[in-house]
Ligand binder design. Structure first.
Ligand code: GAL
Length: 996
C-alpha cells in the first residue's frame, strides 16, 4: 500500500499499515512525492503535521544495527524571524565559521552568554502569541543548526539508514548534504527520515532549521516553559537489508491459568526467541506458556530477541493484561490503586533535556517514596524513561503531546480538536505516541492529551488508538461526558465529590457511572503542601471505584537564574507569564525531596501498621496490589520519652496482598518509670533491590503505650516585684507598662505577643479562578498581618502577674481578648495564655500562639515531639514522635517562592542552645513551633530564596494551633476539620533558662 493510501486510512481513523522494509530504503524521489496538499501557508503554519518522514514505529535501544549518536556541539545561528535568513546554510560548502555553538540535545534559550540566544518564557494557559490559528507572529525566533559528521569506521556499506529525531520544539525542516529531507511538527514525538542514499563516508552536512512557533504550538499549550530547540537525541541508525520497519509485542497474562500469551507481529518475517521460556517461534505466531506476570510491584521481565533480516533486536517482555471489569480497572485479575505523580521532564539547567542519570534519579526517587505510577504529563517522555519504568516497575499513563488549553479563555472558539482541518495532525500525534511506546509493559493506559476541551478530533484519536491497540484502556480528562474513554478521570475534585463518585452517586451520563474513577491530577504540590492527602487516600481505600490518583506534580520547574537562584515566570523578562505557578512539585528544582514528598510517601505506604485489637500487638495490613510481605523485614523499637531503649526484629508472616495480620510485640524493655512510651514498628527492604538498598524503610507505624506526663508543676509561686519600670518574676523581667517580657534568665526577649499571622503559602493565596475562597488575600484585607496590641491591664500579685490585652486589626471591630498569666518558682516561668474572640470573625486564623524574639546565638534546636520534618494540621502524617536535633538554619524549608514553612508538630519539649545560652520550653499540652532568623513580614516580602537574609534575632513561634494547608493553589481548600476558626482557647508553656 502506498503512502497516500496509508495516510488516508490514518485520517479515516484506521490504523497505519506497517511500513514494509522497503519503505525504509525507498528512493528519495518517491518518498517526497507523498506530499500533503499544497497550500499557500508556509510549511510551519500549515495544518499538515509533516512531510517526508517515515511512518512511526516502535522505539528500541537494543538493536545490534550500527548507530551514530549525533549529539554534541552544533554550529548555531539565531534569527528573529522565520524568513530572516535564507537557506544557503544547508549547502555543503557553507562556511558557518561566524556562527555560535549550541549543545544538541538542548534548548537554545538556555544556552549562550548573557541571553544571546533569547530567554525562556513561562505561561500556564495563555498562548504567548495572538490566537490566530494556524498563524504565528512574524517574531518567530528561528534557530539554524549545522552538524558535520563522518560515518564511523565499519559502518556497513549495505542496507539503508534513517535519521531519527527524538524531540524538536516546535518544528524542524531538515537537509542532508544539501538535499531537503522534509519537515515535521510534534515537539515531543519521534520523527525519522530515510537517508541511506544520501550518506557519504566523510563530511556529511546535516542542517536543521527550527522555528520556535508553528501551527504545532497551538497543540502544545501545556503549562510549562516554552523552550525551543533540538532538545532530545538525534541519531543516525543503520537499517540492515530486510530489517524490521516495526514490530509489536503482544504479551498478555491469564491470571486464572497463570499463563502468558506471546505474539510478536513484525512487518517482515523473523524469529522470536525467549530462552528463559524455551521459546523459539516465528513472528506472527502465538504461544501460551506458564509465566510470572509483570506488575509495577513485581516487574518481571523476560529477555528475548527478535531477529529479522540482518538485525537482532533485544526484547524485554512483560506479560500483563490491563482491562476494565465490572467498573474496576484491573491488571492481571487484581484491582490496581494508583499512587501516582504527574511527571514533566525537567532539569533546572537543561530544561526538558534530560540525561539518563536524571531519568534514573526520578525513577529511583519515585520507588523510594512508594510511588507506583506516573502520568507522563503532558506528552510522551524520552523513550528511555519508559525502559526504566519497565525494569523498576511503575504503571504509566502515557499521554499524547496535545493541549489546546488557551482556547478555553476564548470560550473554546476555534478549538483545534473540534476543527477537522486539524484532525490529520491529531491522528499523527496519536499514532506517534502509540507506535513508539506500544512495546512497554509499563504503559497501561493511553491518554489522548490534556485540557483540550471537547471535540470530534478526540473521538477520532480514540478510535484510531483502540483499533491499533485494543489491549490498553484510553484516558482523557477534559470531556466529562466521557464519550471516548475507558476510565472516568478528573482533576482536583474536593474530597466530598470523590466520595460521591466512589458511591456512584454523582449522576452524569449513564455509561460514565460504569467506568472506574481516577484522579489524573490532585493535591497541588505548589509551595507548602499539599494538604489533605491522608483524607484522599482513605477514600481510595474505601471505594473500590476510586483507583487512586496522580499528585500534581513531580518537580518544581525553577530554572537556574543568576540573581534569584531559581527563576520562575517573569524572572526572564516575559511580557506575559504566570509567576511561580510553574513551581508546584514534590521535588525542589535540584531534586531534593520537599516535605510534600515525604508526606506522600507516608500516606501511600503499601503496608499499614497500627495498634492491634489485643494489648501488646500490632496490626499489619498489606496494602500492596500484588506483592506479599516476603520482601520486607520488620523491626520494632521501643521509645521512652523519645529515647530508644530497645529494638529488635519482629516476625511478620508473608501476608498476601490485601490481607492483614495481628502480631504480638515482645515484652517492653526496661525503661524509666512514668515515661511516655511508644512502639515504633518499621517495615524495611529485606534485601537490596535495583532502587534501594536492604534496610530502606518502606513503612512505619507508632503504637502509643503510656501517654505523656504533663511537665512537673512549678512548686511554690514567687511574688512579682515591681522595680521602677520593670517587673521581676523569677527569671523573667517584664516591662511594667505593657507587661511584655524583656528577658528570660539573661536572654533578651524582643517582640513578644500573641501572633496570628503567617506569610501566606501558595495554597493560602489560592488560585485566581476561585476568588471567593482565597484566604491569603482575605487575611490581608482584614489586616491580620498588621495586628495592633492594646494593653488593658498589668496586674502583679503575690503569686505572679496577670497581663490583659486586646489584639485586633486596624479598621475592624473584631479582635481577640488575650490574658497572659505569668507565675514562677524562682527558676522557671509558667506562661498561661487564654484567648477569647470578640465580635464576628469573618475568616479562620492563620495561627494562634505567642511569638518572641531571642538572640540569634541560639542556633541549635532539640525537641521531643513530631519530626524530623515540617508538619501542619493536614500534612502531618509523616511526623513521628521522637527526640530530634537540628540547627535553626536546617529547620527552614527552602520553597522556591518563600512562604510559611518549617513548623514542627506535637512538641512536648523544646530546647534552644547556642554559645553559653539556653532556653527550655515545655508545653502542658503539645504545641507547634517554628524558629527562624527573619520575620513573617520578611518571609512574606521575599520573592526568591536569596532575598532572605538571616538577622540578629531568632523569631520563635510557639503555637497552640495552626490553620491547615489544603490544596487551593489549584484545588480544594482546607478541610473543615483542619480550619483554625477563631474560638476561645487556652494553653500553657513553661520556660526554663538553661544557659551557664
Ligand atoms: C492542570 C493542568 C496542569 C497544571 C495544573 C496546575 O489544570 O493540567 O498542566 O497546569 O493544572 O499546576
Amino acid at each position: 500500500m502506498g503512502w497516500n493510501a496509508s495516510r488516508k486510512r490514518l485520517a479515516a481513523g484506521v490504523h497505519a499499515p506497517r511500513p514494509s522494509p522497503h519503505s525504509l530504503s525507498l528512493p528519495l524521489s518517491s518518498r517526497l512525492r507523498r506530499e500533503h496538499p499544497v497550500t499557500d501557508l508556509p510549511w510551519y503554519t500549515s495544518f499538515a503535521p509533516e512531510r517526508g518522514t517515515l511512518p512511526p514505529r516502535a522505539w528500541t535501544a537494543e538493536s545490534d544495527a550500527a548507530r551514530l549518536p549525533l549529539g554534541g556541539d552544533w554550529a548555531f545561528r539565531l534569527s528573529p524571524a522565520a524568513d530572516a535568513a535564507d537557506t544557503s546554510f544547508t549547502e555543503p560548502g557553507f562556511d558557518a565559521g561566524a556562527w555560535g555553538t549550541v549543545a544538541v540535545p538542548g534548548h537554545w534559550v538556555l544556552q549562550g552568554k548573557d541571553a544571546e540566544f533569547g530567554r525562556p518564557a513561562y505561561t500556564n494557559v495563555a498562548y504567548p502569541f495572538p490566537v490566530d490559528p494556524p498563524h504565528v507572529p512574524d517574531e518567530n525566533p528561528t534557530g539554524d543548526h549545522l552538524r558535520r559528521f563522518d560515518l564511523p569506521d565499519g559502518w556497513p556499506a549495505e542496507g539503508g539508514a534513517v535519521l531519527c529525531f527524538d524531540g524538536v520544539e516546535s518544528c524542524a525542516r531538515v537537509w542532508l548534504n544539501g538535499t531537503e529531507l522534509g519537515w515535521f511538527k510534534g515537539s515531543r514525538l519521534a520523527h525519522e527520515f530515510a537517508v541511506g542514499e544520501l550518506l557519504r563516508e566523510r563530511d556529511n552536512v546535516l542542517a536543521v532549521r527550527v522555528h520556535q512557533w508553528s501551527s504545532g504550538s497551538y497543540l502544545e499549550d501545556q503549562d510549562q516553559w516554552w523552550l525551543p530547540g533540538i532538545f532530545r537525541d538525534v541519531t543516525l541508525l543503520h537499517r540492515p537489508e530486510g530489517a524490521p520497519g516495526d514490530f509489536f509485542v503482544h504479551a498478555s497474562y491469564d491470571h486464572v491459568a497463570g499463563s502468558g500469551e506471546l505474539r510478536v507481529d513484525c512487518d517482515v518475517p523473523g524469529r522470536v526467541r525467549v530462552p528463559e521460556l524455551g521459546l523459539d517461534l516465528a513472528t506472527g505466531e502465538s504461544v501460551t506458556v506458564p509465566v510470572e506476570p509483570w506488575s509495577a510491584e513485581v516487574p518481571r521481565l523476560y529477555e528475548g530477541e527478535l531477529t529479522a533480516g540482518g538485525e537482532r533486536i533485544g526484547l524485554r517482555i512483560g506479560f500483563r493484561s490491563v482491562y476494565v471489569e465490572d467498573g474496576v480497572l484491573k491488571a492481571n485479575g487484581r484491582r490496581i490503586l494508583f499512587r501516582g505523580v504527574n511527571r514533566h521532564e525537567f532539569h533546572p539547567e537543561t530544561g526538558r533535556t534530560l540525561d539518563r542519570e536524571t531519568m534514573r534519579a526520578d525513577v529511583e526517587l519515585m520507588k523510594r517514596h512508594n510511588i507506583n505510577a506516573v502520568r507522563t504529563s503532558h506528552y510522551p517522555p524520552h523513550p528511555a524513561f519508559l525502559d526504566l519504568c519497565d525494569s523498576y516497575g511503575l504503571w504509566v499513563i502515557d499521554e499524547g503531546d496535545l493541549e489546546t488549553h488557551g482556547f478555553e479563555e476564548l470560550g473554546w472558539r476555534g478549538n483545534p480538536v473540534d476543527d477537522e482541518r486539524w484532525t490529520p495532525a491529531l491522528l499523527d500525534r496519536a499514532a506517534r505516541l502509540v507506535e513508539r511506546d506500544k512495546n512497554h509493559p509499563s504503559v497501561v493506559l493511553w491518554s489522548l492529551g490534556n485540557e483540550c476541551g471537547t471535540g470530534a478530533g478526540l473521538g477520532a484519536m480514540a478510535r484510531w488508538i483502540r483499533d491499533r491497540d485494543p489491549s490498553r484502556p484510553v484516558h482523557y480528562e477534559g470531556d466529562r461526558s466521557c464519550p471516548d474513554v475507558d476510565v472516568y478521570s478528573r482533576m482536583y475534585p474536593p474530597h466530598a465529590e470523590v466520595a460521591e463518585i466512589g458511591r456512584r452517586e454523582d449522576g452524569g451520563p449513564e455509561h460514565r457511572g460504569e467506568l472506574p474513577f481516577l484522579l489524573c491530577e490532585y493535591a497541588h504540590a505548589m509551595g507548602n503542601g499539599p494538604g489533605g492527602l491522608s483524607e484522599y487516600q482513605r477514600l481510595f481505600e474505601t471505594y473500590e471505584r476510586c483507583q487512586g490518583g496522580f499528585v500534581w506534580e513531580w518537580i518544581d520547574h525553577g530554572l537556574v537564574h543568576p540573581v534569584h537562584g531559581y527563576g520562575y515566570g517573569g524572572d526572564f523578562g516575559e511580557e506575559l507569564h504566570d509567576g511561580n505557578f510553574v513551581c508546584d512539585g514534590l521535588l525542589f528544582p535540584d531534586r531534593t525531596p520537599s516535605p510534600g514528598l515525604v508526606e506522600y510517601k507516608k500516606v501511600i505506604e503499601p503496608v499499614r501498621i497500627a495498634p492491634g485489637a489485643r494489648p501488646g500487638s500490632a496490626l499489619v495490613a498489606n496494602l500492596h496490589d500484588v506483592a506479599d510481605l516476603s520482601g520486607l523485614a520488620f523491626r520494632w523499637e521501643f521509645l521512652a520519652d523519645g529515647r530508644m531503649v530497645g529494638e529488635g526484629p519482629l516476625d511478620v508472616p508473608p501476608v498476601p496482598a490485601g490481607e492483614r495480620v495481628e502480631v504480638a510485640l515482645p515484652e517492653p524493655p526496661p525503661h524509666p518509670a512514668g515515661a511516655e512510651t511508644v512502639w515504633t514498628v518499621r517495615a524495611v527492604l529485606a534485601a537490596s533491590t535495583v532502587w534501594a538498598p536492604a534496610g530502606h524503610e518502606v513503612a512505619w507505624g507508632q503504637l502509643p503505650v503510656t501517654p505523656a506526663r504533663p511537665p512537673a508543676s512549678l512548686g511554690a509561686g514567687v511574688r512579682a516585684v515591681v522595680e521602677g519600670d520593670r517587673i521581676v518574676l523569677g527569671p523573667v523581667v517584664l516591662d511594667a507598662r505593657t507587661g511584655t517580657p524583656l528577658c528570660v534568665g539573661g536572654l533578651a526577649v524582643a517582640g513578644f505577643g500573641l501572633d496570628v499571622w503567617r506569610a501566606p503559602t501558595d495554597n493560602d493565596e489560592g488560585a485566581p479562578w476561585q476568588p471567593d475562597t482565597r484566604h491569603g488575600p482575605l487575611w490581608r484585607t482584614l489586616g491580620l498581618h498588621r495586628m495592633r496590641h492594646r494593653t488593658v491591664a498589668v496586674e502583679p500579685d503575690t503569686e505572679g502577674l496577670t497581663v490583659r490585652t486586646r489584639v485586633a486589626p486596624a479598621a475592624r471591630d473584631f479582635g481577640l481578648a488575650v490574658t497572659y498569666r505569668w507565675t514562677s518558682d524562682g527558676t522557671a516561668a509558667r506562661l498561661a495564655v487564654s484567648v477569647v474572640p470578640e465580635g464576628l470573625w469573618p475568616a479562620p486564623l492563620p495561627r494562634l500562639g505567642v511569638r518572641l524574639g531571642l538572640p540569634a546565638a541560639l542556633d541549635r534546636v532539640e525537641w521531643y515531639g513530631g519530626g524530623p520534618g515540617e508538619a501542619y494540621p493536614d500534612t502531618r502524617a509523616a511526623a513521628r514522635l521522637g527526640l530530634w536535633k537540628s540547627t535553626v538554619a536546617a529547620l527552614q524549608t527552602p520553597y522556591v517562592r518563600p512562604q510559611e514553612n518549617g513548623a514542627r508538630v506535637d512538641t512536648r519539649r523544646l530546647e534552644l542552645t547556642g554559645g553559653d545560652a539556653g532556653l527550655r520550653i515545655e508545653g502542658e499540652s503539645a504545641f507547634w513551633f517554628t524558629a527562624r532568623r527573619w520575620t513573617h513580614a520578611e518571609l512574606d516580602a521575599a520573592g526568591h530564596r536569596p532575598d532572605l537574609k538571616p538577622g540578629d534575632t531568632l523569631w520563635l513561634n510557639l503555637d497552640h494551633a495552626l490553620h491547615g494547608i489544603g490544596s487551593h493553589s489549584c484545588g480544594p481548600g482546607v478541610l473543615p476539620e483542619h480550619r483554625l476558626e477563631a474560638s476561645s482557647a487556652s494553653f500553657a508553656l513553661i520556660l526554663t533558662p538553661t544557659g551557664r
